[in-house]
Design a protein around this ligand. Structure first.
Ligand code: HEM
Ligand code: HEM
Length: 176
């Protein structure tokens, strides 16, 4: 069985982890009433920015390393999987960017843990207002699509019993 290159497997699972953390910590990072709120806000922004950084690494790595050929599947399934993957890549880029714009709409400055001020775009620019307003909706759509994608992977593994999930798993022993 031809597996995904190790780097792409690592980036896939690190991204999945960062997305789950960003979603679990979502709220308004610019509005903190106590230390706990402030901590959750930091976690949201840092994990969300990590999603962007990971996909910015992953797209060129994918181009350079390539991916294993698609497993045989009915045409509709192959098309649906491809469309879902493209949409997931788009959301990995767009949701953090929209979050960055939403943050600029909410506050003039945001200091990351460690004291670094996060550069923010001009809140008066019309693209910033517009993009910022889409953040919550896009973030929710992202989680739904990722959930359906994970469900499809489990259906392949448990019902169709093919190698779709195995070739994306990090451990060789598990992927046998
Ligand atoms: C994959 C990454 C991310 C996901 C899935 C995500 C998801 C969400 C969701 C679902 C909400 C709405 C929460 C609620 O109102 O109950 C939210 C709010 C917010 N997020 Fe994110 N977020 C991500 C990344 C980011 C990043 C990178 C930033 C900042 C740089 C950010 C800043 C904000 C802000 C300011 C809000 C409150 C304003 C609003 O609801 O539009 N987010 N996020
Ligand atoms: C937020 C979470 C996730 C995101 C954003 C995501 C995104 C993606 C993307 C974009 C691909 C296409 C890879 C490529 O060809 O370049 C992919 C492949 C894959 N993902 Fe995920 N994924 C997530 C979570 C999961 C989870 C939880 C599972 C398993 C339960 C999973 C299982 C797989 C499998 C098996 C493949 C390979 C599909 C194939 O070869 O056709 N993913 N994922």
């Amino acid at each position: 069985m031809k597996r995904y290159p190790a780097l792409l497997i690592a980036l896939h699972w690190l991204t999945a982890l960062a997305v789950v953390i960003a979603y679990a910590s979502s709220g308004n990072p610019a509005e903190s009433h106590d230390l706990f709120d402030a901590l959750i806000g930091q976690v949201h922004v840092i994990s969300g920015l990590a999603v962007f950084a990971l996909v910015a690494l992953r797209l060129p790595a994918r181009l350079l390393l390539g991916t294993p050929a698609a497993l045989p599947a009915p045409r509709w399934q192959a098309r649906l999987a491809r469309a879902a993957h493209i949409a997931l890549y788009a959301l990995m880029l767009l949701v953090p960017l929209a979050g960055w714009a939403a943050l600029a709409d909410e506050t003039a400055t945001f200091t990351l843990a460690g004291g670094i001020a996060l550069p923010l775009p001009d809140a008066h620019a019309s693209w910033v207002e517009w993009l910022g307003e889409t953040h919550e909706t896009l973030g929710n759509a992202f989680i739904w699509l990722a959930g359906l994608h994970a469900l499809a992977a489990l259906v392949h593994h448990n019902l169709l019993r093919d190698a779709t999930l195995l070739r994306m798993l990090p451990l060789k022993a598990l992927a046998r």
